[in-house]
Design a protein around this ligand. Sequence first.
Ligand SMILES: [Zn+2]
Length: 329
Amino acid sequence: MAEETMAGIALNFNSEMRPFNDAFTDGKLPCPHRSCRSETGKAFFQDLAQHYRIKHRELAFNKEKHTQEARRLFNLFHGNETKQYLARVFSKRSLQRDKYIRYTVTTKYEACLVFEVMAKDTKEAAKLAGVVLMHFGQLKSYGEGTKPSIVEVLSQDLHVKFNLWTSKKTLNLSLDLTGDNIMPINQHDINIDDMTGKKSVDILRSVFHYDVFRGKQEEAIDSICQGQNTLLIMPTGGGKSLCYAVPALMEQKLVVVVFPLLALLFDQFERMKSKGLNVGFLMKDMDEMDRQSVIHKLHSNPPEYNLLFLTPETVLSPSVFDLLSKLSS
Ligand SMILES: [Zn+2]
């Protein structure tokens, strides 16, 4: 079985004919001329000018105009091809209900306003929608003044909004899309409808994929959300991280977490990011540009991060201590 990846996601699907995607990878385009339309999907050209010289000798090739027409035609077919391909992936995934969740994804683009996705989590669902948008030619590259494409991921009791764009470096037409580099996800908004049961349980299920809280988790979360100082002592692997991550998502406020060990911090950083949470960290000896970028994001309102991870030394450093006091006032 061929393992294919899209946006860094292994799809485990048999490879099959996807002529537009092959052309996309090779940087080829179909001929936009009416007389060649029946060939669209079969014939692609690296050099359209050469094709015009041979096939449409009577016409002057207008590079800008004809390439634009070819691109528009190509995107429409390529986007639809990807959509159909993913639909088959999702039908295969729907047999594995323990691994994948059904989400409804909406975009602002008319050819894919609403579609059903089977994904591991909301972030993966958004990325897969991003692949479709990109192949439709609807994803802009990240830059000043460019508005990202908005993708909303919904399940029964969850509504997550993502901003998607391609990054400058990976704007080349390649199939081997590698995760975050191509589609940074920003402004992770989680709005949960109060009507459906208990908010903390809804988040536990839809973001973390657990059915029920364990031990003292729920009691601790309730206590934290009531604004009480809470001391909870738990063994390793007892599920401490949920006790700060769930309140962060419920309250849409920045939660500061102090880790005694850097290895632990990075481990949790990866884990929370994989769940779609926006996490920042500050530590000693970090690159000044990175530090400034984190501090800048901390000042946005509402905060751009769900979680801020710190080490004990950084919390006690005067600049960070000062920053945290300002943020909490
Ligand atoms: Zn032609």
